[in-house]
Design a protein around this ligand. Structure first.
Ligand SMILES: Cc1cc2nc3c(=O)[nH]c(=O)nc-3n(C[C@H](O)[C@H](O)[C@H](O)COP(=O)(O)OP(=O)(O)OC[C@H]3O[C@@H](n4cnc5c(N)ncnc54)[C@H](O)[C@@H]3O)c2cc1C
Length: 465
């Protein structure tokens, strides 16, 4: 290790103690990685990436001192929550220090439907505390038992609850985000409401989030239901109608084309061979009504378990969102995924895509709120819901993968190719606002260098970035 890093290591030990500075071994490897290996192209790019040091502050004072020490040593800094991201978002592209925030996890308060917590607090822990006070998370990723609040806002998108409340960027969910800047004397900046949006999902490039305030929803009791049918189109009509029914209060609406259900090993005994499946997590008060409506159409409810309060398994959400991909990869490692969004013509788009690439593209749908304000209640509107997908793609090679994406786009499906370490392209306005924020909070370009393409200062490979 170069002497400057050895000096930094000694500084970090003096701040957080020896046990919380890691410089070698399996733990260093593990804490340098996330779930980037979902992507064949990222595997090739990132397999060798490693931090030089991992440091684990537990308080804001320690975090501030750690940032200051790293700034003085002029090393790259990469914040990490639980490392469950899929695109190498918390992986250090240029070595340096990974700041593992998993010990920085205090839940300060749940008051008036707003939780105030440190960014390393786990979403599952927040849900437990919130439910005890009569509230629940509006939206959380299927990794909620591990994933942190800061990691969700830094790298996530949406998830369970999104069918009612939209994703992380939904209006009103974020009350405030406080960050520390990457400077010799880190400054504290607090962004509120709409202003905070620009600091969301920036892959840890725009300051280190410390405290976050997030709005919650009044809690409901839920049942977790699975419906089964041999007829994909009929099941699609049923799931879609159930989702757009504003009177039914849901937390999840997903649908899986056979053989995807065959990969769900822990619940496979409940599912039927050669049948497609849809999941609804629904207000328990409405379970009987929902099952009766399905059965009237000949669609069987094959799984019905309460969602425990406080939360404990089984969680049907363990098979939704990017958990679906994980289960499929356990059976067939060549599967990967993309994120897609359909238009009003989704039935036709889904049919064309799966017909064009039979067995190569398997459909996994997730419904989400486009306009959360109009999803339930008297003003509910079917148009407030959109159909998204995380289809499985049997990966053959890069050229074929790009061909599939190009075909999907040619028939009007929006596809986000997530097999990329860079912050995805956005509108010119958002890109410009993020760039301005980056210059303000990380003037020397030490934080997650290489992830924000628009920001060309990268001291680790020269000014060209
Ligand atoms: C099986 C599986 C299922 C998934 N399902 C979903 C899903 O349903 N919905 C979804 O949106 N995502 C999903 N993901 C992706 C991921 O789990 C979520 O985005 C999760 O919220 C990430 O949280 P984390 O704590 O692990 O963050 P990390 O992976 O540690 O970090 C994510 C990003 O945030 C940055 N970051 C972390 N903490 C801070 C901080 N305090 N300040 C500044 N930046 C910070 C990191 O640098 C990184 O860029 C899934 C992934 C897997 C493997």
């Amino acid at each position: 290790m170069p002497s400057s890093l050895a000096l930094l290591q000694a500084d970090l030990v003096s701040i957080v103690g020896e046990a919380n500075v890691i410089s070698s071994g399996d733990t260093l490897d593990t804490l340098s990685k996330d779930y980037y290996w979902y992507s064949p192209s990222l595997r090739a790019q990132l397999d060798e990436k490693r931090a030089d040091l991992v440091v684990r502050p537990a308080t804001t004072a320690q975090l501030r001192a750690v940032i200051a020490a790293c700034f003085t040593a002029n090393v790259a800094i990469t914040p990490r929550g639980a490392g469950t991201g899929n695109y190498g978002q918390c992986m250090p592209l240029h070595g340096g220090v990974v700041i593992d925030l998993s010990r920085y996890d205090r839940i300060h308060s749940v008051e008036g439907g707003v939780v105030r917590a440190d960014s390393g607090a786990r979403l599952g822990a927040i849900e437990t505390v919130a439910r005890a006070a009569g509230w629940e998370l509006r939206c959380y990723p299927s990794t909620w038992m591990k994933a942190t609040l800061g990691g969700f806002f830094g790298g996530g998108a949406g998830g369970i609850g999104g069918v009612r409340w939209g994703g992380i960027a939904a209006i009103d969910t974020v009350v405030s985000i406080t960050i520390l800047t990457i400077e010799a004397e880190p400054r504290t900046i607090r962004y509120e409401g709409h202003e905070a949006m620009i600091a969301l999902r920036t892959f840890g490039t725009t300051g280190i989030m410390t405290e976050i305030e997030m709005r919650l929803a009044p809690k409901l009791d839920y049942d977790q239901l699975a419906f089964s049918s041999t007829d994909w189109a009929q099941l699609l009509d049923w799931t879609d109608a159930a989702t757009r029914n504003g009177a039914w209060r849901k937390r999840v609406a997903s649908q899986f084309q056979w053989p995807i259900p065959s990969y769900f090993k822990p619940i496979k005994k409940h599912l039927r061979d050669n049948e497609h499946v849809s999941f609804l997590i629904i207000d328990r008060a409405q379970t009987a009504e929902v099952i009766a409506a399905a059965e009237a159409l000949g669609i069987a409810c094959v799984y019905n378990r309460p969602l425990a309060d406080p939360p404990k398994p089984p969680f049907l959400s363990d098979f939704t969102y990017n958990h679906t991909t994980l289960w499929a990869m356990k059976s067939e490692p060549a599967y990967t995924y993309v994120q897609a969004g359909f238009g009003a013509d989704f039935r036709n788009q889904i049919s064309r895509l799966t017909t064009e690439f039979p067995g190569e593209v398997l459909m996994h749908l997730e419904w989400g709120a486009i306009d959360p304000k109009r999803v339930v209640g008297p003003d509910s509107s079917p148009d407030a819901i959109g159909v998204g997908a995380i289809p499985l793609i049997l990966y053959k090679n890069e050229a074929r993968f790009i061909e599939i994406i190009a075909f999907a786009r040619s028939i009007g499906i929006s596809v986000s190719n997530t097999h990329n370490v860079h912050l995805p392209d956005s509108t010119p306005e958002i890109t410009a606002a993020r760039l301005a924020l980056k210059h303000q909070v990380d003037p020397r370009g030490l934080q997650n260098p290489g992830k924000m393409k628009a920001f060309t200062i990268n001291p680790f490979i020269g000014a060209a970035g």
